[in-house]
Design a protein around this ligand. Structure first.
Ligand code: UN1
Length: 514
């Protein structure tokens, strides 16, 4: 082990008030400089994951009884701590995940906004009083926490997306065991430490590290079958989401599932082309295409096809790519991991085999093959060329499959009806966008698009922290994150009949009957 590596810290799982290591560890690396190790993290064993669930179960007893306004105040304190640590946490996210600093700041800001939003919800976890059929009887409803929530998150939004789950789950009185992405464990550790230091009691939020398949993620999912979890919340692939959904289903749990997307961005013949090109460029290549809200297909109305294509390609050639730790002005950095890079690279073969035409892009950026705007060290990490395809049709894998990297398809259609049919011809339904000034087309798009989120004259990305986030079809099971709707996912309704009449009163029955 070299001098430098031996100074790298080894972190533990955070279970209750203990930091617990495991025999096996994995390294988290600077996404832009793979030789730079941020830390070593444990591969939590099944016993450790079970232990974390038991600790969370114990902590639930007191946390669920803590008055909701008090829990809300604590969420507010966490929000303030995040504000104080915003710059440090953003830089950590940029280093670990490879997104630009501007975006990392947005990632942390979204978590801060989430805290601000839910802080006061602690004072608004209203129930209802309901009129009874009978005199001298009160009917009341209460929201109750579910219990222990298992959380598994992806690495592309290492702060915001976990916060979408942790903050409302905790606010409503649940306790949590969180398994973050193996691509962003340092951000997770920093976030949980910050929450504990802000005053969150030990055991209320537990952190276990490791991989998905065969690792801590799978162990946590298995805890549903052991009866140790009352809810599961997941952001990640549709394939894993389906497995979680099946296991949750047989345990009668209703999981929160935020899954993949293949989001259409439509540009109609009357659109403001400058605005559309800017939005499409960001939707396609921002975050290196590694958002679940990134655009997957640009569906272009025939009359503007050539003009759009020319301007889009010109803008694509000018994209600045490189190490976001060193260059604040790059549009995107490296892939979050080799695994994601390799998956992305595979789509080149699909494109060629299925008969699409590649207009731009050369796969991995290498020392002797780099785009004009590249300012990084190609050997330090995995960088992908911004890639543009045309002649893509709905049967092709390029059209149908979420690729999660810097690649985009130009799909030519003729008129609104074909545009909307093409936009709906994928198995996903997360985000969507249309560029048009025609109010009827915009209206019809809102009505007819199969998606959980829609932008009119803006990118497919960029949902705000108080709007319902989530999809339909292969993008999820209808649960939502962000905003007030989330409360329903982390609580159940408890109906209470309080009879003060002093005699037996029966609903739906004539009392004289008994
Ligand atoms: C994700 O990619 O998992 O709407 C979340 C957006 C961000 C969140 C993306 N606010 O693009």
């Amino acid at each position: 082990m070299s001098q430098v590596q031996s100074q790298v810290k080894t972190f533990g799982n955070l279970i209750g008030d203990r930091e617990v290591g495991s025999e096996q560890t994995f390294a988290s690396r600077n996404a832009s400089e793979l030789s730079d190790v941020l830390g070593h993290f444990p591969e939590a064993t099944k016993e450790q994951v079970r232990e974390a669930c038991l600790v969370a179960r114990e902590a639930f007893r007191s946390w669920s009884k803590t008055p909701a306004p008090v829990r809300g105040e604590l969420i507010g304190t966490i929000g303030k701590a995040l504000e104080r640590e915003k710059e440090a946490l953003s830089r950590l996210a940029t280093r670990e995940m490879g997104k630009t600093l501007k975006e990392a700041r947005g990632d942390v800001q979204e978590a801060i906004d989430t805290c601000h939003f839910f802080q006061s919800e602690g004072r608004r976890l209203y129930g209802q009083t309901v009129p009874s059929e009978m005199p001298n009887k009160d009917l009341l409803t209460y929201r109750r926490p579910l219990g222990v929530v298992g959380v598994v998150t992806a690495g592309n939004f290492p702060v915001a997306v976990p916060a979408w789950k942790l903050i409302p789950a905790l606010l409503t009185g649940n306790t949590v065991v969180w398994k973050p992405s193996e691509d962003a464990p340092a951000c997770a550790y920093a976030l949980v430490k910050l929450m504990h230091e802000a005053g969150l009691p030990a055991g209320v939020l537990n952190l276990v590290f490791g991989g998905g398949k065969g690792g801590a993620g799978e162990h946590l999912i298995a805890m549903m079958d052991e009866g140790l979890l009352n809810k599961f919340a997941f952001t990640g692939s549709t394939a894993v989401g389906r497995e979680i959904g099946a296991i949750a289903g047989r345990n009668l749990l209703h999981p929160t599932l935020e899954l993949g997307g293949k989001n259409p961005l439509v540009v109609m013949r009357d659109a403001d082309l400058g605005n559309a090109v800017a939005g499409a460029l960001w939707a396609s290549f921002g975050t290196g295409g590694q958002r679940c809200t990134s655009a997957g297909n640009l569906i272009l109305d025939a009359p503007i096809y050539d003009a759009f294509k020319a301007r889009f390609l010109e803008a694509t050639r000018e994209i600045k790519i490189g190490d976001p730790n060193k260059h604040e002005d790059v549009l995107y950095g490296p892939f979050i991991s080799k695994k994601f890079f390799e998956r992305w690279l595979e789509h080149y073969a699909w494109g060629h085999e299925d008969g699409a035409t590649k207009l731009y892009g050369e796969g991995r950026i290498t020392p002797d093959n780099r785009p004009e705007g590249f300012v990084g060290d190609p050997e330090a990490s995995f960088y992908g060329w911004p890639t543009v395809w045309e002649g893509v049709t709905p049967e092709m894998r390029l059209f149908k499959t979420e690729i999660f990297g810097p690649t985009i398809n130009l799909v030519k259609v003729d008129g609104f009806d074909e545009a909307i049919a093409t936009a709906n011809a994928v198995d996903y339904g997360l985000s969507s966008a249309i560029y048009t000034n025609n109010r009827l087309w915009a209206h019809r798009f809102k009505e007819e698009i199969q998606a959980g989120m829609t932008s009119i004259n803006n990118s497919t990305t960029g949902a705000e922290a108080h709007m319902p986030f989530g999809g339909i079809k292969g993008s999820g099971n209808g649960t939502r994150e962000s905003g007030i709707w989330v409360i329903d996912n982390y609580t159940y309704w408890h109906g209470v009949n309080d009879d003060v009449s002093g005699k037996l009163q029966l609903a739906q029955m004539d009392t004289a009957y008994i």
